[in-house]
Design a protein around this ligand. Structure first.
Ligand SMILES: Cc1cc2nc3c(=O)[nH]c(=O)nc-3n(C[C@H](O)[C@H](O)[C@H](O)COP(=O)(O)O)c2cc1C
Ligand SMILES: Nc1ncnc2c1ncn2[C@@H]1O[C@H](COP(=O)(O)OP(=O)(O)OP(=O)(O)O)[C@@H](O)[C@H]1O
Length: 143
Protein backbone atom coordinates (compact mmCIF):
# COMPACT_ATOMS: atom_id res chain seq x y z
CA UNK A 1 0.00 0.00 0.00
CA UNK A 2 1.20 3.48 -0.87
CA UNK A 3 2.15 5.54 2.17
CA UNK A 4 1.09 9.15 1.50
CA UNK A 5 2.81 12.08 3.20
CA UNK A 6 1.52 15.65 3.35
CA UNK A 7 3.72 18.72 3.76
CA UNK A 8 2.48 22.30 3.78
CA UNK A 9 3.63 25.90 3.84
CA UNK A 10 3.71 29.25 2.08
CA UNK A 11 6.78 28.62 -0.15
CA UNK A 12 6.94 32.23 -1.35
CA UNK A 13 10.63 32.57 -2.29
CA UNK A 14 12.25 29.13 -2.31
CA UNK A 15 15.55 28.39 -0.53
CA UNK A 16 17.48 25.23 0.45
CA UNK A 17 15.60 24.98 3.79
CA UNK A 18 12.43 24.27 1.78
CA UNK A 19 14.22 21.63 -0.32
CA UNK A 20 15.53 19.96 2.85
CA UNK A 21 12.06 19.95 4.45
CA UNK A 22 10.39 18.47 1.39
CA UNK A 23 13.09 15.82 0.90
CA UNK A 24 12.77 14.80 4.54
CA UNK A 25 8.97 14.71 4.27
CA UNK A 26 9.20 12.59 1.09
CA UNK A 27 11.44 10.10 2.90
CA UNK A 28 8.65 9.54 5.47
CA UNK A 29 6.58 7.63 2.89
CA UNK A 30 6.16 6.69 -0.78
CA UNK A 31 4.34 9.72 -2.14
CA UNK A 32 4.56 13.41 -1.18
CA UNK A 33 1.68 15.83 -1.69
CA UNK A 34 2.32 19.47 -0.76
CA UNK A 35 -0.47 21.84 0.27
CA UNK A 36 0.43 25.41 -0.64
CA UNK A 37 -1.13 27.97 1.71
CA UNK A 38 -3.63 30.52 0.49
CA UNK A 39 -2.76 34.15 1.18
CA UNK A 40 -5.82 34.51 3.44
CA UNK A 41 -4.46 31.80 5.75
CA UNK A 42 -1.04 33.40 6.08
CA UNK A 43 -1.92 35.64 9.01
CA UNK A 44 1.02 35.16 11.39
CA UNK A 45 3.57 36.91 9.16
CA UNK A 46 3.74 39.17 6.09
CA UNK A 47 1.57 38.03 3.17
CA UNK A 48 3.37 36.22 0.34
CA UNK A 49 4.59 38.26 -2.63
CA UNK A 50 4.03 35.61 -5.32
CA UNK A 51 0.52 34.49 -6.34
CA UNK A 52 -0.69 31.14 -4.98
CA UNK A 53 -0.71 29.38 -8.38
CA UNK A 54 2.89 30.46 -9.03
CA UNK A 55 4.01 29.19 -5.59
CA UNK A 56 2.25 25.89 -6.27
CA UNK A 57 3.84 25.49 -9.72
CA UNK A 58 7.38 26.02 -8.41
CA UNK A 59 6.92 23.54 -5.53
CA UNK A 60 5.37 21.07 -8.00
CA UNK A 61 8.59 21.22 -10.04
CA UNK A 62 10.79 19.98 -7.18
CA UNK A 63 12.12 16.43 -7.45
CA UNK A 64 10.91 15.33 -4.00
CA UNK A 65 7.33 16.43 -4.72
CA UNK A 66 4.79 14.17 -6.43
CA UNK A 67 2.07 16.81 -6.48
CA UNK A 68 1.57 20.33 -5.14
CA UNK A 69 -1.97 21.62 -4.68
CA UNK A 70 -3.53 24.86 -3.54
CA UNK A 71 -4.91 24.76 -0.01
CA UNK A 72 -8.53 25.34 0.94
CA UNK A 73 -9.45 28.99 1.52
CA UNK A 74 -11.44 28.50 4.74
CA UNK A 75 -10.98 25.05 6.28
CA UNK A 76 -7.41 23.71 6.23
CA UNK A 77 -8.61 20.18 7.08
CA UNK A 78 -10.74 19.78 3.93
CA UNK A 79 -7.78 18.73 1.69
CA UNK A 80 -6.57 16.42 4.47
CA UNK A 81 -9.96 14.69 4.60
CA UNK A 82 -9.94 14.30 0.80
CA UNK A 83 -6.36 12.98 0.56
CA UNK A 84 -6.59 10.83 3.72
CA UNK A 85 -2.78 10.76 4.24
CA UNK A 86 -0.73 8.42 6.43
CA UNK A 87 1.63 11.13 7.68
CA UNK A 88 1.52 14.91 8.10
CA UNK A 89 5.06 16.30 8.17
CA UNK A 90 5.18 19.61 10.03
CA UNK A 91 8.13 21.92 9.39
CA UNK A 92 10.61 22.40 12.22
CA UNK A 93 9.31 25.91 13.00
CA UNK A 94 5.71 25.65 11.85
CA UNK A 95 3.48 27.41 14.37
CA UNK A 96 0.84 24.66 14.36
CA UNK A 97 0.42 22.69 17.59
CA UNK A 98 1.02 18.95 17.05
CA UNK A 99 -1.51 17.88 19.69
CA UNK A 100 -4.23 20.20 18.35
CA UNK A 101 -3.76 18.81 14.83
CA UNK A 102 -3.88 15.23 16.12
CA UNK A 103 -7.10 15.99 18.03
CA UNK A 104 -8.72 17.52 14.92
CA UNK A 105 -7.66 14.55 12.77
CA UNK A 106 -9.23 12.17 15.25
CA UNK A 107 -12.43 14.24 15.39
CA UNK A 108 -12.69 14.01 11.58
CA UNK A 109 -11.87 10.30 11.46
CA UNK A 110 -8.52 10.68 9.66
CA UNK A 111 -6.06 7.99 10.78
CA UNK A 112 -2.72 9.76 10.35
CA UNK A 113 0.43 10.42 12.36
CA UNK A 114 1.99 13.87 12.81
CA UNK A 115 5.78 14.15 12.53
CA UNK A 116 8.18 17.11 12.85
CA UNK A 117 10.88 17.63 10.24
CA UNK A 118 14.31 18.93 11.24
CA UNK A 119 15.91 22.32 10.62
CA UNK A 120 18.37 22.45 7.74
CA UNK A 121 22.02 22.95 8.61
CA UNK A 122 23.97 23.67 5.40
CA UNK A 123 27.26 24.08 7.28
CA UNK A 124 27.67 27.50 5.66
CA UNK A 125 26.81 30.71 7.55
CA UNK A 126 26.27 32.63 4.30
CA UNK A 127 23.10 30.75 3.32
CA UNK A 128 19.85 32.69 3.73
CA UNK A 129 17.35 30.08 4.91
CA UNK A 130 14.18 32.13 5.34
CA UNK A 131 11.92 33.93 2.89
CA UNK A 132 11.64 36.89 5.29
CA UNK A 133 15.43 37.19 5.53
CA UNK A 134 15.80 37.02 1.72
CA UNK A 135 13.28 39.88 1.39
CA UNK A 136 15.15 41.84 4.11
CA UNK A 137 18.42 41.35 2.20
CA UNK A 138 16.85 42.50 -1.08
CA UNK A 139 15.51 45.67 0.57
CA UNK A 140 18.88 46.33 2.20
CA UNK A 141 20.85 45.94 -1.03
CA UNK A 142 18.41 47.12 -3.70
CA UNK A 143 15.82 49.18 -1.82
C1 LIG B 1 -2.21 19.85 8.25
C2 LIG B 1 -2.23 21.23 7.63
C3 LIG B 1 -3.04 21.47 6.55
C4 LIG B 1 -3.08 22.73 5.98
N1 LIG B 1 -3.93 22.98 4.95
C5 LIG B 1 -4.05 24.24 4.46
C6 LIG B 1 -5.02 24.56 3.46
O1 LIG B 1 -5.80 23.73 3.02
N2 LIG B 1 -5.08 25.85 3.04
C7 LIG B 1 -4.26 26.84 3.51
O2 LIG B 1 -4.36 27.96 3.07
N3 LIG B 1 -3.36 26.57 4.48
C8 LIG B 1 -3.24 25.30 4.97
N4 LIG B 1 -2.36 25.04 5.98
C9 LIG B 1 -1.65 26.17 6.60
C10 LIG B 1 -0.44 26.59 5.83
O3 LIG B 1 0.14 25.55 5.15
C11 LIG B 1 0.59 27.25 6.68
O4 LIG B 1 0.93 26.50 7.80
C12 LIG B 1 0.36 28.67 7.03
O5 LIG B 1 -0.72 29.29 6.51
C13 LIG B 1 1.55 29.42 6.50
O6 LIG B 1 2.53 29.42 7.41
P1 LIG B 1 3.97 28.77 7.22
O7 LIG B 1 4.40 28.92 5.81
O8 LIG B 1 4.79 29.58 8.17
O9 LIG B 1 3.82 27.36 7.64
C14 LIG B 1 -2.28 23.78 6.54
C15 LIG B 1 -1.46 23.51 7.62
C16 LIG B 1 -1.43 22.26 8.18
C17 LIG B 1 -0.55 22.01 9.37
N1 LIG C 1 15.79 26.53 7.12
C1 LIG C 1 14.82 25.61 7.10
N2 LIG C 1 15.07 24.33 7.49
C2 LIG C 1 14.09 23.40 7.45
N3 LIG C 1 12.80 23.65 7.08
C3 LIG C 1 12.51 24.91 6.70
C4 LIG C 1 13.49 25.95 6.69
N4 LIG C 1 12.89 27.08 6.27
C5 LIG C 1 11.60 26.77 6.05
N5 LIG C 1 11.36 25.48 6.29
C6 LIG C 1 10.07 24.78 6.23
O1 LIG C 1 9.45 24.97 4.97
C7 LIG C 1 8.03 25.12 5.16
C8 LIG C 1 7.52 26.33 4.47
O2 LIG C 1 8.21 27.42 5.00
P1 LIG C 1 7.74 28.90 4.75
O3 LIG C 1 7.10 29.00 3.42
O4 LIG C 1 7.04 29.44 5.92
O5 LIG C 1 9.18 29.60 4.57
P2 LIG C 1 10.10 30.36 5.55
O6 LIG C 1 11.36 30.60 4.82
O7 LIG C 1 10.20 29.65 6.87
O8 LIG C 1 9.33 31.74 5.72
P3 LIG C 1 9.60 32.99 6.66
O9 LIG C 1 11.04 33.01 7.00
O10 LIG C 1 9.19 34.15 5.80
O11 LIG C 1 8.69 32.76 7.84
C9 LIG C 1 7.80 25.20 6.67
O12 LIG C 1 7.30 23.97 7.10
C10 LIG C 1 9.16 25.44 7.25
O13 LIG C 1 9.33 24.83 8.54
Amino acid sequence: MTRTVIAQGTFDILHPGHVHYLEEAAAMGDELIVIVARKTNVDHKAKPICPAAQRRDVVDGLEAVDEAILGHEEDIFVPIEEIDPDVIALGHDQHHDDDAIEAELEARGVDCTVERASAYDPGDDDYILSTRLIVDRILERRG
